[in-house]
Design a protein around this ligand. Structure first.
Ligand SMILES: Cc1ncc(COP(=O)(O)O)c(C=O)c1O
Length: 454
């Protein structure tokens, strides 16, 4: 093959050239096969690869009407998909706008939150508060929603100044009380009358795999929303469309958000589509105000993408995959936990449906983060890939909120045998890297404390 003209994310990395895939198997140009425990690598391919029903839905729609722009024209696929989403969203969600991906859906959620306040005469509300240890996308506004300097550099001069609170994790704040105090401080710093929204992942994806705040945090957030009048936006880019065992994670949280952004599982890796959903009162602010919510992207609500989205919803329903994610996910987590037991760097295995997370710790005290320079998370991904398994781990960014962690998020359609093989390969990769890391740790100084920037 001629030398690549692609500008890849990592210039020192060798990228297998994937030429075909089927179900949970991916094949590269040399004929090597990989088990896909990450739904296409990004948690998007929730229904597995090469499904004839989704390909056929795209073909049929493309033959009839592939594209019209959303601003002056609508189309039946968009209208039907909006109705379907409203039907499976938490009660009270009545309107949907389609976009082409996760960051766009989050940006639209913010534009909608800001519009809500402006339409109601509260021009001054713009500031957003969000948990620092999060990922909401690579656009400049969504990057500003995380509080991780390690991710934001060198783009920080372009980022709006939003406020952040530490996550209420097992190590930093298991009850959620410290996060609520930090939220109060952030509200006081911004002036509560200037705050437009609290923005968070209800169940985290890569930033804190499968982690969700404790109930007390949600209750405290709900009280403050009531008191101060900001909106709550959920980033359900990963968790929406069944991944965590309900149609939306918001169906299970003690607090119903005002706006939800979703993306990956909506196109299931067959098309680029995202959606932002809002409750009636958010819609009413616009409907009773300027009646305009302008700005959009070229491919928003395109018939081709929406037809695929409709086929995805049909497959999730007809194969009862949301229930399967919930019920099989519980067993999968137990299987993963059993396979990883006895590996001293494994601190916690978490999970909701088919979104599972493994957190690694320094085995010398069983609780501190591993030194980031060991690169344990990245090594696990590399060893797994070498042995034919795709997983995705989070590299710590020296911000002090989280250490090395792995995500394990197979397609909801994976069979029991396929899941067993994924768990076996993953545990073997973790075990091998753990052995190497333990040897290297013996030569280093004291463990790092959680919350201590590195
Ligand atoms: C939780 C979360 N939000 C937002 C995004 C950004 O989505 P996209 O890459 O489609 O823009 C991602 C992508 O991984 C994500 O995991």
């Amino acid at each position: 093959m001629p030398s690549s003209r692609v500008l890849p994310p990592g210039l020192n990395r060798r990228y297998p050239v994937v030429v075909r895939a089927d179900g949970v198997w991916i094949e590269d140009s040399s004929g090597r096969r990989y088990l896909d425990a990450m739904s296409g690598g990004s948690m998007a391919a929730t229904l597995g690869h090469s499904r004839p029903d989704l390909v056929e839905a795209a073909r049929r729609q493309a033959e009839r009407l592939a594209y019209v722009h959303n601003e002056r024209l609508t189309n039946p696929a968009q209208e039907r998909l909006a109705r379907e989403l409203v039907g499976v969203a938490p009660e009270g969600f009545t309107r949907v706008r389609f976009v082409t991906g996760g960051a766009e859906a989050n940006e639209l959620a913010l534009r909608l939150a800001r519009s809500y306040h402006v339409e109601r005469g509260e021009q001054q509300r713009w500031q957003v508060i969000s948990p620092a240890q999060a990922y909401h996308g690579p656009t400049l506004e969504t990057l500003a929603l995380t509080g991780r300097p390690g991710l934001q550099r060198p783009f920080d001069p372009y980022l709006p100044r939003h406020l952040h609170i530490p996550p209420c994790t097992r190590q930093l704040d298991p009850t959620g009380e410290a996060a609520l105090t930090a939220l109060d401080d952030a509200l006081a710093e911004a002036g509560p009358e200037n705050v437009a929204a609290f923005f968070c992942e209800p169940i985290s994806a890569a930033a804190l795999p499968a982690y969700t705040p404790p109930e007390r945090f949600w209750e405290g957030l709900a009280e403050r929303r009531e008191r101060h009048g900001f909106l709550v936006c959920f980033d359900e880019i990963v968790t929406g469309m069944g991944r965590t065992g309900s149609w939306f994670a918001a169906c299970e949280t003690p607090l119903v958000p005002d706006i939800i952004a979703t993306a990956k599982g909506l196109g299931a890796g067959y098309t680029a589509i995202g959606a932002t959903l809002c409750r009636q009162h958010v819609y009413d602010a616009v409907a009773q105000g300027s009646r305009r919510l302008t700005l959009g992207h070229t491919w928003d609500g395109a018939p081709l993408s929406c037809a695929v989205g409709l086929a995805v919803v049909h497959a999730l329903r007809s194969e009862d995959l949301v229930t399967r994610a919930r019920e099989r996910g519980t067993a999968l987590r137990a299987e993963l936990e059993a396979a990883l037991s006895g590996i001293e760097i494994v601190g916690e295995v978490r999970g909701h449906g088919f979104l599972l997370g493994v957190e690694y710790v320094d085995p010398r005290d069983g609780e501190s983060f591993l030194p980031p320079d060991l690169g344990v998370a990245g090594r696990i991904d590399d060893v797994a890939l070498e042995s034919g398994l795709v997983v995705l781990s989070t590299q710590p960014t020296r911000d002090g909120y989280a250490g090395d962690q792995s995500l394990f998020a197979p397609p909801l359609t994976s069979t029991d045998d396929e899941l067993a093989e994924m768990v076996r390969c993953f545990a073997a990769a973790v075990r091998r890297v753990a052995l190497e890391a333990e040897r290297e740790l013996a030569a280093l100084g004291a463990p790092m404390q959680a919350g201590e920037p590195r």
